[in-house]
Ligand binder design. Structure first.
Ligand code: ADP
Length: 485
């Protein structure tokens, strides 16, 4: 399959280690397919522990020179990388849609969003400030500096094949760290394409390395190798826990962006049209495959039926199809396993009394396309209340009081994003303060931005990405105590 991209060299099918484009030692490859058509787009190397070890050693060798550069020198290179990404936005979006399935307009948005982290951290590189603390004895002076943690390993998922990588690599590089990355096997082409641009931007060899292949072999080396000082991961809570346990043996720092189970609450005093629009964006963006997607929609008794009707009307207008074609608003799911999960949640809810108000089945387009679905009469004993669906399923729960819904919203081991719609200012503060989530969207369904700290509490992980806080995950604090003054 040939993609309609202008810059053909962006479609890299080799990994990048120590400034070289390389194949797996075994010569083995893995096919990358288009989820909308099932066709093979490219092949990528099937690497394992040995290649990963070499990448880690290359990153370690590149580290001293990289950290010695001035912040401004690193910033200039990052800025150049950002500019090359924006100049290639269209091509990068086509590659992203082809391997991931999201509509081209969303993919373009993701490229700009992903690039914005590089722009932001190019600027933040210059603001890694320390402290001077008044000494505790007359002859002592205390200085606190911040240093790069060292070699960083980054493992990323398929739902945002571009942005999940840049929001790890950009702060790492800005802080003076070097990186070995592993993209998801479903979506490696976006990762390799941006590494090609990093090379063109002049980022020195060894500073960024990218390997593809066996997740367990690569992950095992990344977490077991003592050279790696930090693992940053975005993916499922299940795998995150395994990786944290593996990192314990060498006490690595970790940043974990794990699963969510976002509540989306609509109170009686909400602007209902705005709430419907917010729910639509939060729920169906990327076909419901984001860790901040609304997973449980709680609607207050007085507006429940009206909200359900309006949401149904909005969903009926959605255009489903191949993301590369025309006006598609919802692409396919990533694979058939994802379809099975949505079907399981629907079947479980219906067996316990929920009603299908819209959709509810596979789309006539076939493959992994699924109809945008609304369930009404959903209750807390159903699987959708406990687990992340990661698909286009909007379950509507009915509630009566503010106190009740706060309890329901917090009744989960997850704590990433939450949303609510209300106009009463007292209620806005009360609810915002009581929901146990790292992110609260108030009268909005869209919360992601490079200028704000993204991250969760409870089993949704640790660390924050983006904003002035994002660089903290990649620095160590050093305290110098000077005596004898
Ligand atoms: P998702 O449900 O988004 O696929 P995963 O947590 O399974 O979430 O995958 C996220 C990333 O973690 C992917 O890059 C995947 O290849 C990688 N991964 C999966 N299992 C392991 C593992 N045991 N060790 C290291 N990485 C893994």
């Amino acid at each position: 399959a040939s993609l309609p991209i202008k810059d053909k060299a962006l479609l890299r099918q080799q990994c990048y280690i120590d400034g070289q484009w390389v194949n797996a030692d075994s010569g083995k490859t893995i096919d990358v397919t288009n989820p909308a058509t099932g066709e093979v787009l490219a092949t990528i190397p099937n690497m394992g522990a040995a290649e990963t070890k070499r990448a880690i050693e290359a990153a370690n060798a590149a580290w001293p020179a990289w950290r010695k550069k001035t912040a401004k020198e690193r910033a200039v290179l990052l800025r150049k990388w950002y500019e090359l990404m924006m100049a290639a936005q269209e091509d990068l979006a086509i590659i992203l849609t082809a391997e991931q399935g999201k509509p081209l307009a969303e993919a373009k948005g993701e490229i700009a969003y992903g690039a914005s982290y590089i722009e932001w951290f190019a600027e933040e590189a210059k603001r890694v400030y320390g402290d001077v603390i008044p000494g505790h004895q007359a002859d002592k002076r205390i200085v606190v500096t911040k240093e790069p943690v060292g070699v960083v390993a980054a493992i990323t998922p398929w739902n945002f094949p571009n942005a999940m990588i840049t929001r790890k690599i950009a702060p790492a590089l800005a802080a003076g760290c070097t990186v070995v990355g592993k993209p998801a096997t479903q979506t490696p082409l976006s990762a390799l394409a941006i590494v090609e641009l990093a090379e063109r931007a002049g980022i020195p060899k060894g500073v960024i390395n990218m390997v593809t292949g066996s997740a367990t072999a690569i992950g095992g080396e990344m977490t077991g190798n003592p050279i790696v000082r930090k693992l940053t991961f975005t993916g499922s809570t299940e795998i995150g826990k395994i990786l944290m346990a593996q990192c314990a043996a060498t006490v690595k720092k970790t940043s974990m962006e794990l699963g969510g189970n976002a509540p989306f609450i609509v109170f009686d005093d909400a602007d209902l049209d705005a709430a419907v629009e917010g729910a639509l964006m939060s729920k169906f963006r990327n076909t419901g495959q984001t860790c901040v997607c609304a997973n449980r929609i709680y609607v207050q008794d007085g507006v429940y039926d009206a909200f359900a009707e309006k949401l149904k009307a909005a969903v009926a207008k959605m255009k489903i199809g191949d993301g590369l074609k025309g006006e598609t608003q919802q692409g396919p799911l990533i694979d058939m396993k994802a379809v099975a999960k949505v079907e399981e949640h629907i079947a479980d809810a219906v067996s316990k009394g929920a009603k299908v108000a819209a959709g509810g089945k596979r789309h006539a387009l076939g493959g992994s396309f699924f109809e945008p679905t609304i369930l009404t009469g959903v209750t807390q004993d159903m699987a959708v209340a406990k687990e992340e669906t990661f698909g286009p399923l909007a379950p509507l729960f009915r509630f009566k009081t503010e106190e009740e819904v706060i309890k329901l919203a917090n009744d989960t081991e997850f704590g990433l994003a939450s949303y609510f719609y209300a106009r009463d200012i007292g209620r806005v503060w009360r609810v915002a303060e009581q929901v146990e989530y790292g992110i609260v969207g108030i009268n909005t369904g869209i919360i992601s931005s490079e200028v704000a700290p993204f991250g969760g509490v409870k089993e949704s992980g640790n660390g924050r990405e983006g904003s002035k806080y994002g660089i903290d995950d990649y620095v160590e604090i050093k305290y110098m105590c000077m005596g004898g003054i």
